[in-house]
Design a protein around this ligand. Structure first.
Ligand code: SF4
Ligand code: SF4
Length: 166
């Protein structure tokens, strides 16, 4: 008798939910509908701006090669490898040393972004990074420096707009 009541209760619950509107989205057929800002961190204010934590975007013209992002990642997953890019020369980065990321290791925690004191490392809405070839999960600094097709850095769409325009 008790078992039969349990079954009836379960069926009642199932029937009730037939008439509720769907709360899940059929991603990737249907767009996520989430805002397209990047996850960024303002080291001066110590404030993070919420956003996607997909592939990194590196502003090479601001990176000093200080390696703090890499030191931070060493504690997490060892996904950041500092590499020399001799063909790219900027005054602030005398050794032309830039971070590259192995997405076979990265756990998308964002701590490397938080650690960057020059606000030149961000995470973008580019989340479809899966590949059958392990080597293709490695992104060189030059690949990281390509701005993704979707989204904008949070400081352009968010509170720090004035900093960019000013
Ligand atoms: S997001 Fe986390 S795991 Fe990925 S590179 Fe940055 S610190 Fe490493
Ligand atoms: S991305 Fe930032 S933390 Fe990493 S090496 Fe460049 S300046 Fe330093």
């Amino acid at each position: 008798m008790v078992e039969a009541l349990k079954i009836i209760k379960a069926m009642q619950s199932g029937l009730r939910h037939l008439f509720y509107s769907r709360v899940t989205r059929r991603y990737p057929e249907v767009d996520s509908g989430l805002p397209e800002g990047y996850y960024s961190f303002d080291p001066k204010k110590g404030v993070a701006t919420a956003g996607w934590k997909g592939r990194h975007y590196l502003e090479m013209d601001k990176c000093t090669g200080c390696q703090l992002c890499s030191f931070m990642c060493d504690e997490i997953s060892n996904a950041i490898i500092m590499v020399e890019v001799p063909e790219v020369r900027f005054e602030q980065n005398k050794k032309s040393l830039f971070p590259s990321v192995d997405y076979g290791r990265c756990v998308f925690c964002g701590l490397c972004v938080d650690a960057c004191p020059f606000e030149c490392l961000h995470m973008t809405p580019e989340i479809r990074l899966a590949d059958y070839d392990r080597k293709k999960l490695y992104y060189s600094p030059l690949e990281l420096s390509i701005q993704p097709a979707v989204g904008k850095p949070s400081y352009v769409v968010g509170k720090r707009k004035e900093r960019v325009e000013g």
